[in-house]
Design a protein around this ligand. Structure first.
Ligand code: HEC
Ligand code: CU
Length: 362
């Protein structure tokens, strides 16, 4: 059957149209290549392209391997496509007849079935190897155990054996080849699904109700590593931030020593703080918060025993300053709309006293 010749509107030749878009392609490629540029060692950018822990190293290696193979595929396919588009484009001199149709070449059909299957098998094996490497980690006797519990919308960290309970800011020792001290995390959830993700330290692992998940990290340098809950868990999922402080061994030991102490009794000289403690213990604050060494033993909200040792409050939503603390106690929604701490409608004076009490929790 002979098809009707299609009439083409006299427009710009396709090559010129392509040339117009070429700078855009180059721009996108340059921009995307910048993610490979190594950020400075102390960078806070949580990038998977600057791993600093063994599991993250393995994942990074795999990612580069997969990216290089897919880049080769992209270049080959795109080159062929470009070649065919340019070489066989419609010309004015064309007779508009349908080109010869070729069907059923066994060689070609076999090639484009077998080669992709081989590539997929190769990627599968490489991935399986990395999963096995990460999961079969040796548990050295010096490793640290932490139970991380996801709550809407904050993190509870318990160090069984060390007598430490804290929230949102995880402290762990640095782990170098001389004295490896990896941290093993047992991941639980108090309510719904969450996901523990600190990109420079390891891949994501979910925290699922009624299930125990495990992961481990062994940061090679001291410093702060930022992360984020990576599983949508409700209104304030986006402000369920994670801060991992990697300390030198001596700093970590000092931190554990001070964290395992009970709250210091408020000095009677600080009348305001003493008043604040009375208010705290007479209201429902104590149903949700623990201050070790006092009557407050609630577990619905973060442990406040050493609140002032944290740099942020409300899972990284605000810095831990007296003004923010006061605002938080007055109206948590002002900092984190939808958070599960109620505004307690306290008077200005009570707020000041409570804030003064909070500031004694060192
Ligand atoms: C119904 C339970 C509940 C009550 C009552 C409650 N809180 Fe909270 N509180 C929470 C929860 C949940 C969070 C964590 C919110 C978040 O980060 O999303 C929190 C967080 C906090 C924080 C920040 C802690 C941190 O490390 O991020 C402070 C400080 C605090 N509450 C003080 C108080 C005070 C003072 C009172 C009493 C006036 C009180 N809370 C009453 C549930 C409660
Ligand atoms: Cu979450």
């Amino acid at each position: 059957m002979k098809s009707e010749p299609t009439v083409r509107a006299p427009g710009r030749p396709r090559l010129i149209q392509f040339a117009r878009w070429f700078p855009v392609f180059v721009g996108i490629l340059t921009a995307s290549s910048s993610i490979f540029a190594e950020p400075p060692a102390n960078s806070l950018i949580p990038s998977i392209f600057s791993p600093d822990s063994t599991p993250a190293d393995h994942i990074y290696g795999l990612a580069l391997f997969v990216l290089s193979i897919t880049t080769v595929i992209f270049v080959v396919v795109f080159t062929l496509l470009l070649y065919a588009t340019v070489k066989f484009r419609m010309r004015r001199s064309d007779d508009h007849r349908e080109p010869p149709q070729v069907y059923g070449s066994n060689q070609i059909e076999l090639a484009w079935t077998v080669i992709p299957v081989l590539i997929v098998v190769m990627l599968f094996l490489a991935t399986a190897r990395v999963i096995a490497q990460v999961q079969d980690a040796d548990r050295s006797p010096d490793s640290i155990d932490v139970t991380a519990i996801g709550h809407q919308f904050w993190w509870e960290f318990r160090y069984p054996g060390l007598g430490v309970v804290t929230a949102n800011e995880l402290h762990i020792p640095v782990s170098d080849s001389v004295s490896p001290t990896p941290t093993f995390l047992k991941l639980l959830s108090a309510d719904t699904d969450h996901s523990f993700w600190v990109p420079r330290l390891a891949g994501k692992t979910d925290l699922i109700p009624n299930r125990v998940n495990q992961m481990w990290i062994d940061p090679h340098h001291t410093g702060l590593y930022l992360g984020q809950c990576a599983q949508y868990c409700g209104t304030q999922h986006a402000l369920m931030l994670l801060r991992v402080y990697v300390d030198s061994r001596s700093d970590f030991d000092a931190w554990v020593r001070s964290q395992s102490r009970s709250a210091v009794a408020v000095a009677l000289t600080n009348a305001d703080a003493a008043k604040g403690r009375e208010i705290f213990e007479a209201t429902s604050c104590i149903n949700c918060h623990t201050v070790r060494g006092t009557v407050a033993d609630g577990r619905f909200g973060p442990d406040l025993t050493h609140l002032m040792s944290r740099e942020t409050i409300a899972a990284g939503a605000a810095t831990n300053t007296p003004a923010n603390l006061k605002l938080w106690i007055e109206d948590p929604d002002a900092i984190k709309p939808g958070s599960l701490m109620p505004a307690m409608r306290l008077t200005e004076q009570d707020l000041n006293s409570l804030t003064a009490y909070m500031e004694t929790l060192r």
